[in-house]
Design a protein around this ligand. Structure first.
Ligand code: FNR
Length: 369
Protein backbone atom coordinates (compact mmCIF):
# COMPACT_ATOMS: atom_id res chain seq x y z
CA UNK A 1 0.00 0.00 0.00
CA UNK A 2 2.69 2.45 1.02
CA UNK A 3 4.20 3.27 -2.38
CA UNK A 4 0.78 3.50 -3.98
CA UNK A 5 -0.96 5.75 -1.46
CA UNK A 6 -1.02 9.51 -1.30
CA UNK A 7 -3.46 12.30 -0.60
CA UNK A 8 -3.67 12.93 -4.33
CA UNK A 9 -4.73 9.45 -5.30
CA UNK A 10 -7.85 9.00 -7.39
CA UNK A 11 -9.38 6.49 -9.77
CA UNK A 12 -7.06 7.61 -12.57
CA UNK A 13 -3.85 7.06 -10.60
CA UNK A 14 -1.78 4.11 -11.78
CA UNK A 15 -1.33 1.21 -9.39
CA UNK A 16 1.22 -1.57 -9.09
CA UNK A 17 0.45 -4.90 -7.45
CA UNK A 18 2.93 -7.75 -7.53
CA UNK A 19 4.31 -7.92 -11.08
CA UNK A 20 1.30 -6.14 -12.59
CA UNK A 21 0.91 -2.49 -13.48
CA UNK A 22 -2.53 -0.99 -13.82
CA UNK A 23 -2.94 2.26 -15.72
CA UNK A 24 -5.84 3.30 -13.50
CA UNK A 25 -7.62 2.00 -10.40
CA UNK A 26 -10.88 1.25 -12.14
CA UNK A 27 -11.74 -2.47 -12.09
CA UNK A 28 -14.43 -4.12 -14.18
CA UNK A 29 -16.34 -6.29 -11.69
CA UNK A 30 -17.09 -9.93 -12.52
CA UNK A 31 -20.41 -9.97 -14.41
CA UNK A 32 -22.26 -13.11 -15.47
CA UNK A 33 -23.85 -12.47 -18.88
CA UNK A 34 -25.04 -16.01 -19.75
CA UNK A 35 -24.15 -15.96 -23.41
CA UNK A 36 -21.75 -18.89 -23.65
CA UNK A 37 -22.06 -21.15 -26.69
CA UNK A 38 -22.49 -24.91 -26.92
CA UNK A 39 -20.15 -26.70 -24.52
CA UNK A 40 -20.13 -23.57 -22.30
CA UNK A 41 -17.49 -22.02 -24.55
CA UNK A 42 -17.39 -18.22 -24.22
CA UNK A 43 -19.09 -16.78 -27.30
CA UNK A 44 -17.12 -15.06 -30.06
CA UNK A 45 -19.06 -11.90 -29.07
CA UNK A 46 -17.26 -12.08 -25.72
CA UNK A 47 -14.00 -11.25 -27.50
CA UNK A 48 -15.52 -7.94 -28.62
CA UNK A 49 -17.25 -7.37 -25.27
CA UNK A 50 -14.05 -7.65 -23.23
CA UNK A 51 -11.95 -5.77 -25.81
CA UNK A 52 -14.42 -2.87 -25.64
CA UNK A 53 -13.89 -2.65 -21.87
CA UNK A 54 -10.10 -3.11 -21.81
CA UNK A 55 -9.39 0.49 -20.80
CA UNK A 56 -10.27 -0.61 -17.26
CA UNK A 57 -7.15 -0.95 -15.15
CA UNK A 58 -8.14 -4.59 -14.58
CA UNK A 59 -10.96 -6.77 -15.93
CA UNK A 60 -12.25 -9.64 -13.82
CA UNK A 61 -14.20 -12.04 -16.01
CA UNK A 62 -17.69 -13.28 -15.41
CA UNK A 63 -17.81 -16.23 -13.00
CA UNK A 64 -16.35 -19.22 -14.83
CA UNK A 65 -16.84 -22.87 -13.88
CA UNK A 66 -13.66 -24.56 -12.72
CA UNK A 67 -15.30 -27.89 -13.59
CA UNK A 68 -18.40 -29.13 -15.40
CA UNK A 69 -19.94 -30.08 -12.05
CA UNK A 70 -19.59 -26.53 -10.76
CA UNK A 71 -22.24 -25.08 -13.07
CA UNK A 72 -25.54 -23.68 -11.79
CA UNK A 73 -26.94 -21.44 -14.50
CA UNK A 74 -27.54 -21.79 -18.19
CA UNK A 75 -24.85 -20.62 -20.68
CA UNK A 76 -22.14 -19.67 -18.20
CA UNK A 77 -18.63 -20.34 -19.47
CA UNK A 78 -16.15 -22.85 -18.10
CA UNK A 79 -12.39 -23.18 -18.21
CA UNK A 80 -12.18 -26.97 -18.14
CA UNK A 81 -12.20 -27.93 -21.85
CA UNK A 82 -9.77 -27.26 -24.69
CA UNK A 83 -12.43 -25.39 -26.69
CA UNK A 84 -13.08 -23.09 -23.73
CA UNK A 85 -9.37 -22.45 -23.24
CA UNK A 86 -8.94 -21.58 -26.92
CA UNK A 87 -11.73 -18.99 -26.85
CA UNK A 88 -10.44 -17.51 -23.60
CA UNK A 89 -7.04 -17.16 -25.31
CA UNK A 90 -8.68 -15.01 -28.00
CA UNK A 91 -10.22 -12.91 -25.23
CA UNK A 92 -7.01 -12.44 -23.23
CA UNK A 93 -5.11 -11.61 -26.46
CA UNK A 94 -7.71 -8.95 -27.31
CA UNK A 95 -7.49 -7.36 -23.85
CA UNK A 96 -3.69 -7.43 -23.91
CA UNK A 97 -3.61 -5.88 -27.40
CA UNK A 98 -5.53 -2.96 -25.91
CA UNK A 99 -3.03 -2.69 -23.06
CA UNK A 100 -5.36 -4.12 -20.38
CA UNK A 101 -5.08 -6.81 -17.71
CA UNK A 102 -7.55 -9.66 -17.17
CA UNK A 103 -8.11 -12.15 -14.34
CA UNK A 104 -10.48 -15.11 -14.59
CA UNK A 105 -13.01 -15.58 -11.79
CA UNK A 106 -12.96 -19.29 -10.83
CA UNK A 107 -16.30 -20.59 -9.63
CA UNK A 108 -18.11 -23.59 -8.18
CA UNK A 109 -21.77 -22.90 -7.41
CA UNK A 110 -22.25 -25.65 -4.79
CA UNK A 111 -25.92 -25.83 -3.82
CA UNK A 112 -27.04 -23.08 -6.27
CA UNK A 113 -27.55 -25.60 -9.05
CA UNK A 114 -29.97 -28.09 -10.48
CA UNK A 115 -29.68 -31.72 -11.68
CA UNK A 116 -30.14 -30.53 -15.30
CA UNK A 117 -26.63 -29.07 -15.11
CA UNK A 118 -25.15 -32.16 -13.45
CA UNK A 119 -26.24 -35.09 -15.62
CA UNK A 120 -29.20 -35.65 -13.33
CA UNK A 121 -27.08 -35.67 -10.16
CA UNK A 122 -28.04 -33.70 -7.06
CA UNK A 123 -26.11 -30.47 -6.41
CA UNK A 124 -23.41 -30.72 -3.73
CA UNK A 125 -22.81 -28.48 -0.73
CA UNK A 126 -21.26 -28.56 2.75
CA UNK A 127 -24.61 -29.61 4.24
CA UNK A 128 -28.00 -30.73 2.87
CA UNK A 129 -29.70 -27.35 3.29
CA UNK A 130 -31.75 -26.03 0.38
CA UNK A 131 -31.65 -22.30 -0.32
CA UNK A 132 -35.02 -20.74 0.43
CA UNK A 133 -36.65 -18.56 -2.19
CA UNK A 134 -33.89 -19.06 -4.78
CA UNK A 135 -34.51 -20.37 -8.28
CA UNK A 136 -32.21 -21.02 -11.20
CA UNK A 137 -32.83 -20.51 -14.89
CA UNK A 138 -32.56 -23.68 -16.97
CA UNK A 139 -33.50 -24.78 -20.49
CA UNK A 140 -36.99 -25.30 -19.02
CA UNK A 141 -37.22 -21.78 -17.57
CA UNK A 142 -37.00 -20.91 -13.88
CA UNK A 143 -36.80 -23.97 -11.62
CA UNK A 144 -36.79 -24.39 -7.86
CA UNK A 145 -33.44 -25.48 -6.49
CA UNK A 146 -33.65 -28.88 -4.79
CA UNK A 147 -31.88 -29.70 -1.53
CA UNK A 148 -28.20 -30.53 -2.15
CA UNK A 149 -26.38 -33.51 -0.71
CA UNK A 150 -23.45 -32.99 1.64
CA UNK A 151 -20.06 -33.62 0.10
CA UNK A 152 -18.28 -36.61 1.64
CA UNK A 153 -15.01 -35.61 3.30
CA UNK A 154 -13.24 -37.90 0.83
CA UNK A 155 -14.67 -35.93 -2.12
CA UNK A 156 -13.22 -32.58 -1.05
CA UNK A 157 -9.67 -33.12 -2.38
CA UNK A 158 -11.30 -33.68 -5.78
CA UNK A 159 -12.93 -30.23 -5.63
CA UNK A 160 -9.58 -28.66 -4.71
CA UNK A 161 -7.95 -30.46 -7.61
CA UNK A 162 -10.60 -29.09 -9.99
CA UNK A 163 -9.59 -25.57 -9.01
CA UNK A 164 -5.90 -26.39 -9.51
CA UNK A 165 -6.57 -27.82 -12.97
CA UNK A 166 -8.73 -24.81 -13.87
CA UNK A 167 -5.90 -22.49 -12.80
CA UNK A 168 -3.52 -24.40 -15.08
CA UNK A 169 -5.99 -24.07 -17.94
CA UNK A 170 -6.46 -20.36 -17.24
CA UNK A 171 -2.71 -19.84 -17.26
CA UNK A 172 -2.51 -21.57 -20.64
CA UNK A 173 -5.31 -19.27 -21.83
CA UNK A 174 -3.13 -16.24 -21.12
CA UNK A 175 -4.86 -14.78 -18.08
CA UNK A 176 -2.79 -12.46 -15.88
CA UNK A 177 -4.11 -14.19 -12.78
CA UNK A 178 -7.14 -15.76 -11.14
CA UNK A 179 -9.75 -14.55 -8.69
CA UNK A 180 -11.19 -17.26 -6.47
CA UNK A 181 -14.94 -16.73 -6.10
CA UNK A 182 -15.48 -16.97 -2.36
CA UNK A 183 -18.48 -14.61 -2.42
CA UNK A 184 -22.23 -14.42 -3.06
CA UNK A 185 -23.36 -17.72 -1.57
CA UNK A 186 -21.50 -20.16 -3.84
CA UNK A 187 -19.59 -23.24 -2.72
CA UNK A 188 -16.65 -21.65 -0.88
CA UNK A 189 -18.93 -19.12 0.84
CA UNK A 190 -21.34 -21.96 1.74
CA UNK A 191 -18.46 -23.60 3.62
CA UNK A 192 -17.42 -20.34 5.32
CA UNK A 193 -20.77 -19.33 6.77
CA UNK A 194 -22.50 -21.34 9.48
CA UNK A 195 -25.99 -20.87 8.03
CA UNK A 196 -25.02 -23.32 5.29
CA UNK A 197 -22.31 -25.36 7.01
CA UNK A 198 -23.35 -27.79 9.73
CA UNK A 199 -20.58 -30.29 9.12
CA UNK A 200 -18.91 -32.17 11.94
CA UNK A 201 -15.69 -33.12 10.09
CA UNK A 202 -12.57 -30.95 9.71
CA UNK A 203 -14.49 -28.70 7.27
CA UNK A 204 -17.21 -27.67 9.75
CA UNK A 205 -17.70 -26.26 13.23
CA UNK A 206 -14.99 -23.74 14.13
CA UNK A 207 -14.26 -20.87 11.78
CA UNK A 208 -10.82 -22.40 11.14
CA UNK A 209 -12.54 -25.53 9.91
CA UNK A 210 -15.15 -23.69 7.85
CA UNK A 211 -12.38 -21.68 6.17
CA UNK A 212 -10.30 -24.79 5.44
CA UNK A 213 -11.65 -25.40 1.94
CA UNK A 214 -11.10 -21.77 0.89
CA UNK A 215 -7.48 -21.90 2.04
CA UNK A 216 -6.91 -25.27 0.37
CA UNK A 217 -8.23 -23.84 -2.89
CA UNK A 218 -5.99 -20.77 -2.53
CA UNK A 219 -2.99 -23.06 -1.99
CA UNK A 220 -3.93 -25.15 -5.04
CA UNK A 221 -4.35 -22.13 -7.33
CA UNK A 222 -1.21 -20.66 -5.75
CA UNK A 223 0.71 -23.79 -6.77
CA UNK A 224 0.06 -22.80 -10.40
CA UNK A 225 0.58 -19.06 -10.13
CA UNK A 226 2.66 -17.06 -7.70
CA UNK A 227 0.40 -15.89 -4.90
CA UNK A 228 0.63 -12.30 -6.17
CA UNK A 229 -1.43 -13.36 -9.18
CA UNK A 230 -4.19 -14.90 -7.06
CA UNK A 231 -7.07 -12.78 -5.74
CA UNK A 232 -9.99 -13.72 -3.48
CA UNK A 233 -13.51 -12.30 -3.54
CA UNK A 234 -15.61 -12.32 -0.35
CA UNK A 235 -19.03 -10.86 0.47
CA UNK A 236 -19.18 -10.44 4.26
CA UNK A 237 -22.74 -9.99 5.43
CA UNK A 238 -24.20 -10.64 1.98
CA UNK A 239 -27.63 -12.29 1.98
CA UNK A 240 -27.80 -13.11 -1.75
CA UNK A 241 -28.54 -16.82 -2.34
CA UNK A 242 -30.09 -17.12 1.15
CA UNK A 243 -26.81 -16.74 3.03
CA UNK A 244 -26.32 -15.96 6.69
CA UNK A 245 -23.75 -16.37 9.42
CA UNK A 246 -24.39 -16.07 13.14
CA UNK A 247 -21.21 -14.02 13.75
CA UNK A 248 -20.23 -12.46 10.42
CA UNK A 249 -17.73 -9.98 11.86
CA UNK A 250 -15.80 -12.74 13.66
CA UNK A 251 -15.99 -15.16 10.73
CA UNK A 252 -14.76 -12.70 8.13
CA UNK A 253 -12.20 -11.00 10.39
CA UNK A 254 -10.61 -14.40 10.92
CA UNK A 255 -10.50 -15.08 7.19
CA UNK A 256 -9.22 -11.61 6.27
CA UNK A 257 -6.46 -11.75 8.89
CA UNK A 258 -5.24 -15.07 7.54
CA UNK A 259 -5.44 -13.83 3.93
CA UNK A 260 -3.22 -10.91 4.93
CA UNK A 261 -0.34 -13.35 5.51
CA UNK A 262 -0.47 -14.82 2.00
CA UNK A 263 0.89 -12.00 -0.20
CA UNK A 264 -2.09 -12.30 -2.53
CA UNK A 265 -2.71 -10.12 -5.59
CA UNK A 266 -5.68 -8.64 -3.76
CA UNK A 267 -8.66 -9.08 -1.49
CA UNK A 268 -11.89 -8.16 -3.28
CA UNK A 269 -14.69 -7.15 -0.90
CA UNK A 270 -18.32 -6.88 -1.92
CA UNK A 271 -19.77 -4.57 0.69
CA UNK A 272 -23.29 -5.25 1.96
CA UNK A 273 -25.87 -2.59 1.11
CA UNK A 274 -26.50 -0.04 3.86
CA UNK A 275 -28.76 -1.50 6.55
CA UNK A 276 -32.45 -0.69 6.15
CA UNK A 277 -33.59 -2.20 9.45
CA UNK A 278 -33.97 -0.66 12.89
CA UNK A 279 -31.33 -2.82 14.53
CA UNK A 280 -27.70 -1.81 14.21
CA UNK A 281 -25.76 -4.36 12.13
CA UNK A 282 -22.05 -5.07 12.48
CA UNK A 283 -19.70 -3.06 10.27
CA UNK A 284 -18.70 -5.30 7.36
CA UNK A 285 -17.32 -2.59 5.08
CA UNK A 286 -13.80 -2.20 3.68
CA UNK A 287 -13.35 0.53 6.31
CA UNK A 288 -13.69 -2.17 8.99
CA UNK A 289 -11.58 -4.86 7.33
CA UNK A 290 -8.72 -2.52 6.36
CA UNK A 291 -7.33 -2.77 9.91
CA UNK A 292 -6.58 -6.46 9.25
CA UNK A 293 -5.45 -6.19 5.63
CA UNK A 294 -2.63 -3.84 4.62
CA UNK A 295 -2.35 -5.35 1.12
CA UNK A 296 -4.36 -4.47 -1.97
CA UNK A 297 -8.10 -4.20 -1.41
CA UNK A 298 -10.65 -3.94 -4.22
CA UNK A 299 -14.01 -2.70 -3.05
CA UNK A 300 -17.34 -3.20 -4.87
CA UNK A 301 -21.02 -2.54 -4.35
CA UNK A 302 -22.87 0.49 -5.69
CA UNK A 303 -19.81 2.70 -6.18
CA UNK A 304 -19.87 5.94 -8.18
CA UNK A 305 -17.01 8.13 -9.38
CA UNK A 306 -17.33 10.31 -6.28
CA UNK A 307 -17.62 7.49 -3.76
CA UNK A 308 -14.82 5.61 -5.48
CA UNK A 309 -12.46 8.55 -5.21
CA UNK A 310 -13.48 9.03 -1.60
CA UNK A 311 -12.76 5.43 -0.54
CA UNK A 312 -9.33 5.64 -2.21
CA UNK A 313 -8.47 8.93 -0.49
CA UNK A 314 -9.61 7.58 2.87
CA UNK A 315 -7.29 4.63 2.26
CA UNK A 316 -9.91 1.95 2.93
CA UNK A 317 -9.39 0.49 -0.55
CA UNK A 318 -6.76 0.68 -3.30
CA UNK A 319 -8.96 -0.18 -6.27
CA UNK A 320 -12.68 0.16 -7.00
CA UNK A 321 -14.79 -2.28 -9.03
CA UNK A 322 -17.81 -1.18 -11.02
CA UNK A 323 -20.44 -3.65 -12.24
CA UNK A 324 -23.61 -2.30 -13.81
CA UNK A 325 -21.87 0.86 -15.01
CA UNK A 326 -19.46 -1.30 -17.04
CA UNK A 327 -22.28 -3.31 -18.60
CA UNK A 328 -23.78 -0.19 -20.16
CA UNK A 329 -20.62 1.88 -20.69
CA UNK A 330 -17.76 0.12 -22.47
CA UNK A 331 -15.77 3.37 -22.21
CA UNK A 332 -16.54 3.92 -18.54
CA UNK A 333 -13.02 5.16 -17.83
CA UNK A 334 -13.33 7.89 -20.46
CA UNK A 335 -16.81 8.86 -19.27
CA UNK A 336 -15.50 9.22 -15.72
CA UNK A 337 -12.59 11.29 -17.01
CA UNK A 338 -14.83 13.63 -18.96
CA UNK A 339 -17.66 13.64 -16.43
CA UNK A 340 -19.87 12.53 -19.29
CA UNK A 341 -23.37 11.05 -18.86
CA UNK A 342 -23.81 7.28 -18.74
CA UNK A 343 -25.79 5.03 -21.08
CA UNK A 344 -28.79 3.63 -19.18
CA UNK A 345 -28.45 -0.13 -18.51
CA UNK A 346 -31.02 -2.46 -20.11
CA UNK A 347 -31.72 -4.98 -17.34
CA UNK A 348 -33.69 -7.31 -19.64
CA UNK A 349 -30.49 -8.14 -21.52
CA UNK A 350 -28.20 -8.58 -18.49
CA UNK A 351 -28.51 -12.37 -18.61
CA UNK A 352 -28.65 -14.22 -21.93
CA UNK A 353 -29.67 -13.05 -25.36
CA UNK A 354 -27.83 -11.70 -28.35
CA UNK A 355 -25.44 -8.87 -29.10
CA UNK A 356 -28.21 -6.48 -28.00
CA UNK A 357 -27.37 -5.07 -24.60
CA UNK A 358 -24.00 -6.81 -24.79
CA UNK A 359 -21.69 -5.32 -27.41
CA UNK A 360 -23.91 -2.56 -28.82
CA UNK A 361 -23.74 0.06 -26.05
CA UNK A 362 -22.22 3.12 -27.75
CA UNK A 363 -18.93 4.70 -26.76
CA UNK A 364 -18.62 8.48 -26.61
CA UNK A 365 -17.52 10.22 -29.77
CA UNK A 366 -13.81 10.94 -29.71
CA UNK A 367 -12.91 13.94 -27.59
CA UNK A 368 -12.92 17.20 -29.53
CA UNK A 369 -15.12 15.74 -32.29
C1 FNR B 1 -23.07 -9.55 -10.89
N1 FNR B 1 -22.17 -9.79 -9.84
C2 FNR B 1 -21.31 -10.87 -9.91
N2 FNR B 1 -20.40 -11.09 -8.91
C3 FNR B 1 -19.50 -12.09 -9.02
O1 FNR B 1 -18.67 -12.25 -8.11
N3 FNR B 1 -19.50 -12.91 -10.10
C4 FNR B 1 -20.40 -12.77 -11.13
O2 FNR B 1 -20.35 -13.53 -12.11
C5 FNR B 1 -21.36 -11.75 -11.01
N4 FNR B 1 -22.31 -11.57 -11.97
C6 FNR B 1 -23.14 -10.47 -11.97
C7 FNR B 1 -24.00 -10.23 -13.04
C8 FNR B 1 -24.78 -9.08 -13.08
C9 FNR B 1 -25.68 -8.84 -14.27
C10 FNR B 1 -24.71 -8.16 -12.00
C11 FNR B 1 -25.54 -6.89 -12.04
C12 FNR B 1 -23.88 -8.41 -10.92
C13 FNR B 1 -21.97 -8.76 -8.79
C14 FNR B 1 -21.05 -7.66 -9.31
O3 FNR B 1 -19.73 -8.13 -9.51
C15 FNR B 1 -20.97 -6.45 -8.34
O4 FNR B 1 -20.44 -6.86 -7.10
C16 FNR B 1 -22.34 -5.83 -8.11
O5 FNR B 1 -22.99 -5.59 -9.35
C17 FNR B 1 -22.24 -4.50 -7.34
O6 FNR B 1 -21.52 -3.56 -8.07
P1 FNR B 1 -22.26 -2.38 -8.90
O7 FNR B 1 -23.00 -3.03 -10.04
O8 FNR B 1 -23.18 -1.70 -7.94
O9 FNR B 1 -21.13 -1.51 -9.37
Amino acid sequence: MSTNTSQEVDLFSPYTFGPLQMRNRIVMAPLTRSRAEKGNVPSSMAVTYYRQRATAGLIITEATQASAGGQGYISTPGVHSQEQVQRWKEITDAVHEEGGLIFVQLWHVGRISHPVFRNGQQPVAPSPIAPRGVQTYTTDGFQDIPAPRALETSEIPGIVEEFRQAALNAKAAGFDGAEIHGANGYLLDQFLEDGTNQRTDQYGGSVENRARLLFEVIAAVGSVWDSDRVGVRLSPGGSFNDMCDSHPQQTFSHVVQRLADLNLAYLHLVEPPPSQGEHPVPDLSARYFRQFYPGTIIVAGGYTLERGNQVLREGFADLVAFGQLFIANPDLVERFRRNAPFNPPDRDSFYGGTDKGYVDYPALPASGA
